[in-house]
Design a protein around this ligand. Structure first.
Ligand SMILES: Cc1cc2nc3c(=O)[nH]c(=O)nc-3n(C[C@H](O)[C@H](O)[C@H](O)COP(=O)(O)O)c2cc1C
Ligand code: SF4
Length: 374
């Protein structure tokens, strides 16, 4: 029976516990995507808090795949020293860090990328006002190559592995989803065709990093959207990736258009609301032979521990609880099994957009109140 605080290995990467920091955009990079010293400090603090594996915020593989301001980019060799400083800071504390790589597809804005967004098909997506242009085959080929190049840089600059983002409505997910992929060529139609882009990305990444380097995916096991990617097709994609040699699958669900069932759900007010992707993760676990990570709403030690010990998941991933308190893993390990302080309000996105970096606004407010009464 597994436990949260035991050592495990993913394709040679040794992890001190089964807690993962799920990818979290920081909003701290320079406008061209270069990591900043503030970002290096942010990751040092996270690693010091004892989480077994950090998955970085999403890094765009080419500028037209940028999703948000302050997002880091892995599209150029110019950022070598900055990324090396980041991975060094994590390693100095005994931590491990994997780079998440992404192309935003149609989930971005002209204002962010300076051109019309690109997507599998010219289908507008909710909450993004610019209708995207359909990718040509030459553009698809170029993006696939950019994923490979991004992975090559990540490995060269000290990351312990890479994870490509196949969730939350970004480009890989858009190819998988019948809602956003209306193509009539070999990239669209049946699920066998809709996974072509994903498999090309996987092979391009693997070719660049070799067999002995952790390559993972964050996969939507459902878009929680009428007409979107459903569990059955996600199950098929997970199987094919497992057969091809993927080293871990992190299971998520939803897109920004999924309403209450978006990837970062609110109102997780009791243990019954936690672990909201667990059922989908069980399905993926049955489909693959590699380790499975599950993300979404973990707030209490008991639910996390049960997910490992009784549900036989390999890793529990968290995002918002570690924005609120990067030391939570160390606290749990020391026997202090406190509930995460995060109240799942999603207020942390605001400072990422407006103040040059995410932080927990609730914690800041509480600290200000205490300071006032002292
Ligand atoms: C501020 C913020 C930034 C996020 N950035 C990313 C990202 O870069 N890549 C990603 O895959 N998910 C991202 N997510 C989603 C989280 O990784 C996670 O899937 C979701 O928040 C649910 O987990 P939680 O309940 O532990 O927060 C982000 C979430 C938040 C709140
Ligand atoms: S602002 Fe703080 S409490 Fe609200 S979701 Fe973000 S980390 Fe959690």
């Amino acid at each position: 029976m597994g436990t949260l605080f035991e050592e495990t290995t993913i394709n040679g990467m040794v992890l001190k516990n089964r807690l993962v920091r799920s990818a979290t955009w920081e909003g701290m990079a320079a406008p061209d995507g270069r990591p900043t010293p503030k970002m290096v400090d942010f990751y040092r603090e996270l690693a010091t808090g004892g989480v077994g594996l950090i998955i970085s915020g999403f890094a765009f593989v080419q500028p037209d795949g940028k999703a948000l301001p302050g997002q880091m980019g892995i599209h150029t060799d110019d950022f070598a020293d900055d990324y090396r400083a980041l991975t060094r800071a994590v390693h100095e504390t005994g931590g491990k860090i994997v780079l998440q790589i992404v192309h935003a597809g149609g989930q971005t804005m002209r204002e962010t990328i300076g051109r019309q967004p690109l997507a599998p098909s010219a289908v507008e997506v909710d909450q993004f006002q610019d209708k995207p242009a359909e990718l040509t085959k030459a553009q698809i080929e170029q993006i696939v190559a950019s994923f490979g190049e991004g992975a090559r840089r990540a490995k060269a600059w000290g990351f312990d592995g890479v994870q490509f983002h196949g969730a939350h409505g970004y480009l890989i997910n858009q190819f998988l989803s019948p809602l956003t992929n209306r193509r009539l060529d070999e990239y669209g139609g049946s699920i066998e065709k809709r996974i072509r882009f994903l498999m090309e990305v996987y092979r391009a990444v693997r070719k660049q990093v070799g067999p002995e380097y952790p390559v993972m995916i964050k996969l939507n096991a459902s878009d929680n959207l009428k007409g979107g990617l459903e569990a059955r097709d996600a199950d098929y994609a997970a199987r094919r990736l497992s057969e091809a040699g993927i080293d871990a699958v992190e299971v998520s669900a939803g897109t920004p258009a999924s309403g209450k069932k978006n990837p970062a759900r609110q109102k997780i007010i009791n243990p019954g609301k936690e672990a909201y992707n667990l059922e989908l993760a069980r399905m993926v676990k049955g489909a693959v032979s590699c380790p499975v990570m599950v993300v979404g709403g973990y707030r209490s030690y008991e639910v996390a521990e049960r997910t490992i010990a009784e549900e036989f998941m390999d890793y529990v991933s968290m995002s918002r609880p570690l924005i609120n308190d990067p030391d939570l893993p160390a606290s749990w390990q020391s026997g202090d099994r406190r509930l995460a302080g995060c109240i799942s309000c999603n207020g942390c996105f605001g400072p990422g957009l407006q103040e040059g970096g995410i932080y927990c606004v609730v914690k800041k407010r509480e600290a200000a109140k205490i300071a006032k009464t002292e």
